[in-house]
Design a protein around this ligand. Structure first.
Ligand code: HAM
Length: 417
């Protein structure tokens, strides 16, 4: 049997992985500058956590979770998102707000894989717990913009909306349902079902329908307080110079949101055009058994950022090889490699098998080594090493200390070149 990876689950290596690590490092730096601290929660949680937070009638919970019984016959789920686990951890460990928590985590959703849509995907996310002011929304969105710039994402745009409180939404849901029911035939089959379970999701249906274009608007059914909050967020974004579009169909696919919701989108990803999204979730902490703390956050999909990022790949760092010429030279060569690693901040590779020197030099060439350190019987007896510079073919016989200095000089100047 030939083993291959599961559909929607990816292997990463080489230059792609180096780009990915570089991107994560840059994004982490931005979050550090904003004063976020880091949190890591487990991959597996009780299924109920997501049912209660993301919502029973969302696509994620209805059809996309990897859920199974553990050996104790409890229903457990590979996390489909990061917010609910973070809030669970905050409550469980009695972390005191105000909190700013960031994470880089893998998530699992059993969606149909396509470009930008995976079954295991990674998010970099940020959650702010304990602030009620609309300025927190503005600051969070500003952070999103700074992350997109650090990741060198071209042509993104921001869409925002307010979905008010659960009470306002409940009232609007009825208005929307009464409007759509007589026009049910114009909706796609999924939306005909959503009309019963989660009518708001009908609004962001990808299939254009005339009845949706003229549907009553949620904003018009918000209370004066909710509208004022939304206005303050928009005003703050204007003042911060952050361009945005209002999208009355933006409702997000998770139930925990209140008031502000937003998404950063790109024209370069085809159908999966959302790079990241989030919003306020003022009721969630309480709903999961914690205090009455307002909160907000977002997450970016790392693989989607990587698909559109214009960051140049990091400089490759080919290794310096250490070869023992004959089998008897190998133990000394191993020791030499170890000493080099303690003094050089450059990758050093040792070749432990007694293979022909010609074949090993070919390997050094293939891996673009800047230099090879050779130890033969003579060098070993004299307590020296032989360096071969691969660009010129020139050789030098030196003490190990002198060799380290020569390597440092040459590697530094070749990197500056
Ligand atoms: P979400 O919109 O479900 O929100 O996911 C956020 C981002 O994760 C998406 O915009 C997308 O870039 C990426 N993503 C989602 N599903 C996939 C997939 N199947 N394959 C690849 N990338 C994907 C949340 O998860 C919320 N927890 C965000 C949040 C944090 N809200 C408040 N705090």
């Amino acid at each position: 049997m030939k083993f291959t990876h599961l559909k929607g689950f990816e292997d990463w290596w080489g230059e792609d992985l180096a780009r990915r690590e570089q991107m994560i490092a840059r994004l982490r730096e931005v979050l550090d500058r904003y004063g976020f601290s880091w949190i890591l929660t487990p991959t597996l949680e009780r299924t109920e956590l997501f049912q209660r937070s993301v919502g029973e009638h969302t696509d994620i919970v209805e059809k996309e979770m990897f859920t199974f019984e553990d050996r104790g016959k409890r229903s457990v789920t590979l996390r489909p998102e990061g917010t609910a686990p973070v809030v669970r951890a905050v409550i469980e460990h009695r972390l005191q707000p105000p909190l700013r928590l960031a994470y880089v985590i893998n998530n699992f959703r059993a969606e149909k894989p396509q470009k930008g849509r995976l079954r295991e995907f990674w998010q970099i996310g940020a959650e702010i717990i304990g602030f009620a002011s609309p300025l927190a929304d503005v600051e969070l969105i500003q952070l999103g913009v700074d992350l997109l710039n650090a990741a060198r994402i071209p042509d993104w745009h921001l869409e925002i909306h307010s979905i008010g409180t659960p009470e306002e939404r409940r009232a609007y849901r009825e208005v929307l349902r009464s409007y759509l029911l007589p026009r049910k035939d114009q909706l796609c089959r999924d939306c005909q079902r959503r009309l019963e379970t989660n009518p708001l999701r009908v609004l962001d249906c990808k299939i254009d329908s005339p009845s949706l274009r003229d549907a009553p608007r949620l904003v018009e059914h918000l209370s004066p307080e909710s509208r004022a909050f939304y206005d303050q967020v928009k005003e703050g974004l204007h003042r911060a110079g952050i361009p945005f579009q209002e999208n009355p169909a933006l409702v997000r696919g998770l139930d925990y949101y209140t008031h502000t919701v937003f998404e950063f989108k790109t024209p370069h990803l085809g159908a999966q055009d959302t790079l990241g999204g989030g919003g306020r979730y003022d009721r969630l902490v309480r709903h999961l058994g914690g205090g009455d703390w307002p909160a907000l956050g977002f997450a970016f999909g790392l693989e989607r950022l990587l698909l559109v990022s214009q960051l140049p790949p990091p400089d490759p760092r080919p290794p310096v090889w250490v070869f023992g010429v004959d089998e008897a030279d190998l133990p000394t060569a191993l020791q030499t490699a170890h000493k080099l690693r303690t003094t050089l901040t450059y990758p050093v590779q040792f070749y432990p098998d007694p293979r022909s020197l010609k074949a090993r030099m070919r390997l050094a060439n293939r891996t673009q080594a800047p230099a090879v350190v050779l130890i033969g019987t003579e060098e070993r007896r004299a307590g020296q090493v032989r360096i071969r510079w691969m660009d010129s073919g020139e050789e030098q016989v030196l003490t190990l200390e002198a060799a380290v200095e020569a390597l440092k000089r040459r590697l530094r100047s070749s990197r500056e070149a």
